[in-house]
Ligand binder design. Sequence first.
Ligand code: CDP
Ligand code: MG
Length: 139
Amino acid sequence: MATERTFAIIKPDAVKRGLTGEILSRIHKAGFSIIAIKSKWMSIGEAQGFYAVHKARPFFGELTQFMSSGKSVVMVLESENAIGKWRDTMGATDPAKAAPGTIRRDLGTSIQNNCTHGSDAPETAAFEIAYFFSGHELV
Ligand code: CDP
Ligand code: MG
């Protein structure tokens, strides 16, 4: 497996509940390098653009309101197989269905308020990283 980068968010629900440190600790323990990180309060337009792939879904309005309801922490993570490894570390979308020991199972409170985001493929990782970070932030 080659070294890979993925895009991660600590969502507003987790930031508001004071879980940023706990989630960063899990990221370090899982063996990721944090290549870039910043606090970001998305506008509704930024959230709509980020989740444009879901614009026809019934949850799109609530999701974009939620993602623009407070500060997030946006990050670029690097490791071998980073995309799959971060998805495994987060767990399934619905915390009730996520495996024990995953972030979403341990810390998430609903299918929407599931604490974290992770890219699902190399193409989405490239789009999502470039959506929030410039090249000079990624050296
Ligand atoms: O985040 P993930 O890739 O696991 O799931 P998704 O299907 O790409 O959905 C994106 C986000 O929309 C989820 O992480 C949830 O916050 C939210 N969502 C929701 O509110 N209700 C659903 N039925 C499905 C997803
Ligand atoms: Mg997704």
